[in-house]
Structure formats: structure tokens, C-alpha cells
Design a protein around this ligand. Structure first.
Ligand SMILES: NC(=O)c1ccc[n+]([C@@H]2O[C@H](COP(=O)([O-])OP(=O)(O)OC[C@H]3O[C@@H](n4cnc5c(N)ncnc54)[C@H](OP(=O)(O)O)[C@@H]3O)[C@@H](O)[C@H]2O)c1
Length: 333
């Protein structure tokens, strides 16, 4: 197995920090690790496999000797920096949303559609909510999906480090009896929920709601599924929750679905409400499994509702990117 020269762009961010941890935890074969962020982080040090690595400014870096780039910075930065890396044919796993819907860019969740990578060097990884949703749907897709009605309850770290810090600061301000201030969101998130993730379009859907709809269809290559999503930001630091109303094309039973979920290595079934066992963000924070449960049949043998929870920074972001890299190790490097 090759040992790779790896670069992380956005290394100081919520996803970048998790990437560094996961590469070490999973003993990913790294020869050299380069960390990049903005000018303000230049010189900050992070530990990796016992060594200190200094963060560098991205602007003039020559990626030619790099085998694999994890791009975990904001979408406007992918527009500026990615084209050159892509032209140089360097394998890039891109966490940003910029190129996800482009036809020639595979949108990949290992365990669901890793074979779509083919020879592509620019690989996109989906939105955090989409990843946990498709991992839960994959084992039961054989019953066919006619429609999905989705309500997501998303943690503040999904917006990045600044939102997480603001939320924690708001908790402290409240406890200290100070005025609770906000900058990242239009209102405070402490002791509140915001039915607003990203910009709204003319039909009243938010960016996040459209991402869930379009990315899910692309990943399963099923444009005909009807998907309706409502995405809500909640005062939870880590771990997204999704309530899904699923209409299958063929009838299924609760036992059928549970038994398929139990076979998945990506899922943990938590479905014994009488014993207080159900999915919760606190159960999945810093963990690698998506919890699924509260499964009920609703109107007939084709309709179900369930709840799933996953760590947005791991399963929904960094871990998915590392799983793609592990797959590439087997087929490419
Ligand atoms: N958070 C999630 O749950 C999640 C899930 C899925 C996908 N994503 C996507 O992953 C990407 C990163 O998200 P995040 O949550 O980690 O955001 P974040 O916490 O705000 O981190 C952003 C990173 O970008 C760096 N950056 C900013 N300006 C830069 C510049 N001019 N040159 C180089 N680096 C620069 C920041 O460095 P400084 O610290 O120096 O500013 C920081 O390392 C985004 O595209 C996001 O949409 C996030």
C-alpha cells in the first residue's frame, strides 16, 4: 500500500480538525501532511502522529508533489483555488458544495455509490444531512422510494467553527446574566430554533432543503423520487437529527426494514422506545455510526416514519471524505 502526500485545505475549521484526527485514528498511510488555512492561522501548530505541523497560507502553494487534497474550506474558496488543482490532475476530495451537482463530478458516499468514482480525480462529498440520509435509505432502497418528506434538526457546528463558538458563547452569556449577542445567524440560536439554513429561493426553499433534494436524487441516480425537505437549525453543538416520512413503491413491514438496517455496518438500530432507546444527537456525537429508530408504519404498508441521527462533522463530513480516500487506496494508489 502506498504512503501518500496529503494536503488539507481548511485545516483549522470544524471539518479540517476532524480530518486530522480521523486520518490518525484510522492509521491512514500518510507520508507527508500539509495543512492550509487563511493568513490569520499561519503558524498555528497541530499534532499529527506525534509531530507538530504548522499551518500555511494557501495562496502560493504548489500542489504538484501532493497525491491527495482534502478541500474543506468555504465554497467561494473552491471556486478560486480548486480549478488549478483539478487541472493538475491531483486527486481532490471536495467537501464544499460548489461542484457537487456537476455531471462529471461524482458525488460519493462509500457504502452507497463509491463505484461512481471511476477514473475521476475531482470527487465531491455531499452535504452532511444528505450523507446520513442516504446511508439509512441504502439498505431499504430495494422496496423502491416513491417519496420522502424530511424534517432535519441540524447542529450549529454544521455552519462551522464560528457558529459553534458563537453558540457556546451565547450559553455563557446567558449563565452570566449578560446580553446574548449574535453575528453568525440572524437571531440567537441559544434557547431558540431557526427554520433557516442557507439562502431562500423564489419558491421559499432554503439552500439546504434544495441540497438534500438534489443530492439524494443524484446519489441514487433516481430523479423521479419526490422529496420535500424542511431544515431547521437547533441549539445542539454536534449531531444532526432527521425525521423521515418514507413512501415505498412496494409494501414492506417494520421487521423487514429493521432487519435490513441491522445488517448495515454504517448503522446502529436504536428502536426500543419503552426502554428509552431511540436515536439522539448525544448518542452519536464523535461517533461513526448513524443511529436509526422510532420506526412506525403510518397509513399503510407502503408508508413509514423514522428518526435518524449522525455526527455531522464525522459521518456527515470528514469521515465520509476519509472513507473515500480509503476506497481510492484500494483502487488507485
Ligand atoms: N461543518 C459541517 O458539518 C460540514 C459538513 C459537510 C460539509 N461541510 C463543508 O465543509 C467545508 C468546511 O466547513 P467547516 O464547517 O469546516 O467551516 P469552518 O469551520 O468555517 O472552516 C473554514 C476553513 O476554511 C479556512 N479558510 C478561510 N479562508 C481561507 C483562505 N482565504 N484560504 C485558505 N483557507 C481559508 C479557514 O481558515 P481560518 O481558520 O484561518 O479562517 C478554516 O480552516 C465547507 O465547504 C462546508 O460547507 C461542512
Amino acid at each position: 500500500m502506498s504512503c501518500l502526500n496529503i494536503a488539507i485545505v481548511g485545516a483549522t475549521g470544524a471539518v479540517g480538525q476532524e480530518l486530522i484526527k480521523i486520518l490518525e485514528e484510522r492509521k491512514f498511510p500518510v507520508n507527508n501532511l500539509s495543512l492550509f488555512a487563511s493568513e490569520k492561522s499561519e503558524g498555528r501548530n497541530f499534532k499529527f502522529k506525534g509531530s507538530e505541523i504548522s499551518v500555511r497560507k494557501l495562496d502560493y502553494f504548489d500542489f504538484k508533489k501532493t497525491d491527495l487534497v482534502f478541500f474543506a474550506a468555504k465554497p467561494f474558496l473552491s471556486k478560486t483555488f480548486l480549478p488549478e488543482i483539478i487541472r493538475a490532475n491531483i486527486t481532490t476530495i471536495d467537501k464544499s458544495s460548489t461542484y457537487r451537482m456537476e455531471k462529471n463530478v461524482p458525488l460519493v458516499v462509500p457504502g452507497v455509490n463509491e463505484e461512481s468514482i471511476g477514473n475521476a480525480t475531482h470527487i465531491a462529498t455531499p452535504n452532511c444531512t444528505t450523507i446520513q440520509l442516504v446511508l439509512v435509505l441504502q439498505p431499504i432502497i430495494k422496496w423502491g422510494v416513491e417519496s420522502l418528506e424530511i424534517f432535519s434538526y441540524q447542529a450549529v457546528s454544521g455552519t462551522g467553527m464560528s457558529a459553534l463558538n458563537e453558540y457556546l458563547n451565547q450559553c455563557r452569556q446567558f449563565v452570566d446574566n449578560k446580553e446574548v449577542t449574535n453575528e453568525v445567524y440572524p437571531y440567537r440560536i441559544f434557547d431558540n430554533i431557526l427554520p433557516h439554513i442557507g439562502r431562500f429561493d423564489e419558491q421559499g426553499f432554503s439552500d439546504e432543503e434544495r441540497k438534500l433534494e438534489n443530492e439524494t436524487k443524484k446519489i441514487f441516480d433516481l430523479q423521479e423520487i419526490k422529496i420535500f425537505a424542511t431544515c431547521i437549525r437547533v441549539p445542539v453543538s454536534r449531531g444532526h437529527s432527521i425525521v423521515v416520512s418514507l413512501k415505498t413503491t412496494k409494501p414492506a413491514s417494520i421487521n423487514d426494514i429493521i432487519s435490513e438496517w441491522k445488517k448495515s455496518i454504517y448503522l446502529e438500530v436504536a428502536d426500543d422506545p419503552e426502554s428509552n432507546i431511540y436515536p439522539m444527537p448525544m448518542n452519536v456525537a464523535c461517533k461513526d455510526l448513524v443511529q436509526v429508530g422510532r420506526l412506525r408504519q403510518t397509513f399503510n404498508s407502503n408508508s413509514f416514519q423514522f428518526l435518524c441521527c449522525g455526527d455531522n462533522l464525522r459521518v456527515g463530513a470528514a469521515l465520509n471524505a476519509v472513507r473515500i480516500a480509503e476506497y481510492l487506496l484500494k483502487i488507485r494508489f
